[in-house]
Design a protein around this ligand. Structure first.
Ligand code: AMP
Length: 293
């Protein structure tokens, strides 16, 4: 994050976008927002997936706050925290165009000061799928989201179905801890060839980018098989695996699980969450689809 940015106000014909960089300043600003507040937490390098959440928040609330913060505690020691793409200036321009009211750009040291030692962790949901491969990831997510909720005190908070397990983790955390916020979920926004938009797509080589649409194709295949009467997860997974293995993508997992508990299902009855993670070189992509009768 560029440290030369000072708190500024960018004025548009319609409304001013306030940029707040400190926790203290954000809390103070929140006090002045008397009506409903929609909140969209992000790690920046914004694309239309993020902006669709901002637009939804705008429709449903009087004020919209977007945070941009690459949260170190949700990255493992060998993960891409340092190389995660950042583009604060472009992000601010996009948010301004989307009529965002406030952008919160905190520093790591403000959110995790010396002596920080409190974490929010979920016992079961966090350890499956993404959590199994990325230990500690969802503790980092639940902790930062809790902090941001406490600072921003939103009426509603917006998350993308693209990160289906994250949605389940946040919903469970909010329910269990009685956090007074409504969790709203936006549908996954895709490129024309079906690839789910993601900040990490920028790292794909042109060949990998072409092949990366295989994730969505495999999910559509699962849906097609289910709709034509196949209910055995193993059979569906085999077909998906065969399709993905026709590319250079390396499968981390394919899961067909209960839509709330994420327990793996052998037989699909009424519904299932099909999710997968595939690596192209160093770039790891995730996607999912819900099967429903
Ligand atoms: P991130 O910046 O990756 O942490 O994402 C911030 C929010 O945007 C999360 O709630 C994501 O689930 C959501 N998001 C990311 N990509 C997409 C997408 N392609 N469609 C919809 N929402 C998305």
């Amino acid at each position: 994050m560029s440290s030369h940015l000072q708190p500024v106000t960018i004025t548009t014909a319609m409304k001013a976008l306030k940029i707040e960089k400190t926790v203290r300043g954000m809390k103070k600003l929140r006090e002045s927002l008397k009506e409903t507040v929609g909140f969209v937490p992000t790690m920046g390098y914004l694309h239309d997936g993020h902006l669709s959440l901002v637009r939804q928040a705008k429709k449903e609330n009087d004020h919209v706050v977007v945070s941009i913060f690459v949260n170190p505690t949700q990255f493992g020691p060998k993960e891409d925290f340092n190389t995660y793409p950042r583009s604060i200036k472009e992000d601010i321009t996009l948010l301004q165009k989307a009529s965002t009211d406030v952008v919160f750009l905190p520093d790591v040291s403000d959110l995790y000061p010396k002596g920080f030692e409190t974490y929010v962790s979920l016992k079961n949901l966090s350890s499956k799928l993404e959590g199994e491969i990325r230990p500690g990831h969802f503790t980092g997510v639940a902790t930062i989201v809790t902090m941001l909720f406490n600072i921003i005190q939103p009426t509603r908070a917006y998350f993308g179905q693209k990160d289906a397990q994250q949605v389940l983790v946040i919903k469970k955390m909010v329910e269990n801890l009685h956090v007074p916020v409504d969790i709203m979920v936006g549908k996954t926004i895709r490129e024309p060839d079906g690839l789910a938009m993601s900040s990490r797509n920028v790292f794909l080589s042109p060949t990998q980018r072409k092949q990366a649409s295989i994730l969505f194709k495999a999910l559509l295949l699962a849906n097609q098989l289910f709709e034509s009467g196949e209910n055995q997860s193993e059979t569906i997974k085999e077909e998906m695996t065969r399709l993905i293995n026709s590319t250079t993508g390396k499968i981390d997992y394919i899961s067909i699980a209960d839509t709330e508990t994420l327990e793996e299902l052998n037989t699909i009855k009424k519904s299932a969450l099909v999710s997968l993670a595939v690596r192209f070189g160093k770039t790891r992509l995730i996607d999912n689809i819900t099967l429903k009768k």
